[in-house]
Design a protein. Sequence first.
Length: 168
Amino acid sequence: MWCPYCNHTDTRVIDSRVTSDGMQIRRRRECVSCEVRFNTFETVALKLPNVIKADGSREVFDEDKLRMGMYRALEKRPVETDKVEREIRQLLQEVRAIDARELPSKLVGEWVMQALSRLDQVAYVRFASVYKSFEDVQAFREEIERLEREHPGSTDKRQGSLLDKNNK
């Protein structure tokens, strides 16, 4: 590994540890030339399938895009980061488990909506409104009613249903 400070090509590993989430190895290194110490992180490089978009184009599956989409839907919602990351890891396992070189973006979107519905109903509706391209308020209403049928009693009784809150 080359030194990011002096560009010398020889560094040595001083210490290696697994990160708290178990997904990376943190290596403490020292340059043999300038003696500066720095950290590197090692992750497994897995070949993920290509995603077939709605328009027929293909792109490499992007974990960062998945993560950003979920966090955007969950913005300002009271959901713990650990729970979100657990759902993201589960989604990535599902993607890796697909025994195909390509998968439709529609399938990935459905998996994300299922994960969001388990985490937070408002985040689910936010994501679904963009993903399903709701055209009007009636489409929102139908999706909220479907969500409430599938997850009865998941709204706080003091707050009422999602529809009741919006009709006040």
